[in-house]
Design a protein around this ligand. Structure first.
Ligand code: DC
Length: 205
């Protein structure tokens, strides 16, 4: 079974995806982290064809074999990855890597274009959403910093991720739209697990 989770920045995709994959025993693939690793590689002067990015069972991101997981969460890479992800050649390369990772196995994959482009045949597609203010609040709780600045940075990324020409952020027509603004991570997980059970029952019938 393949599960696609898409949605805007800081909507809780990674929190949900990790727990969901853990509960189901699936591989979790955070594609945002892959774009961040690609941005780190570009920053280090690598050419696109020199970049190999893999995701381990333990949730580590490897850039040409080096564990770069701890380096990927910074405001600089938030911005750099958002800019780089608008490049069609970068997307082509990462989408190919993502499809290869998902081939022949159960995955929970999160990103912006998973249900629309990477895994259009996914059995369950979730579009995870929360208001801009709520997402900024969550980011501030996680990382600290100035609320207005965080809000503005997320707003800028939303705008760029949704308006780029190549695979912009948008819900797949068959995605379930899930508003998490007033829900706890546990409530969201429970709701999605119910959807998984429903899909499984339907697939089995
Ligand atoms: O989810 P994130 O913030 O870690 O993603 C980093 C950037 O990568 C984000 O600005 C948009 C881009 N991205 C994308 O274009 N497609 C994906 N499937 C995942 C992320």
């Amino acid at each position: 079974m393949k599960i696609a989770i898409d949605g805007p920045a800081a909507a809780g995709k990674t929190t949900l995806g990790k727990k969901l994959a853990q509960t189901l025993g699936f591989l979790f693939v955070p594609t945002g982290a892959m774009y961040r690793a690609a941005a780190l590689a570009a920053h280090r002067g690598f050419r696109l064809e020199e970049i190999d990015i893999t995701v381990t069972e333990a949730g580590k991101i490897l850039l040409n074999g080096e564990d770069v997981t701890a380096l990927l969460s910074s405001p600089e890479l938030d911005e750099l990855s958002s800019v780089l992800s608008a490049d069609s050649q970068v997307r082509e390369r990462l989408v190919a890597l993502q499809r290869k990772i998902a081939e022949g196995r159960d995955v929970v994959m999160e990103g912006r274009d998973i249900g629309t482009v990477v895994l259009p045949g996914a059995e369950l597609k979730i579009f995870l959403w929360a208001t801009l203010e709520e997402r900024a609040k969550r980011r501030q709780r996680e990382q600290g910093g100035n609320f207005e600045e965080i809000l503005e940075a997320i707003r800028r990324r939303d705008e760029r991720d949704s308006t780029r020409a190549c695979s912009p952020l948008k819900p797949a027509p068959d995605a379930v739209f899930l508003d998490t603004t007033n829900k706890t991570p546990e409530e969201v997980l429970e709701e999605v697990l119910k959807m998984v059970e429903e899909r499984r029952a339907r697939m089995g019938s």
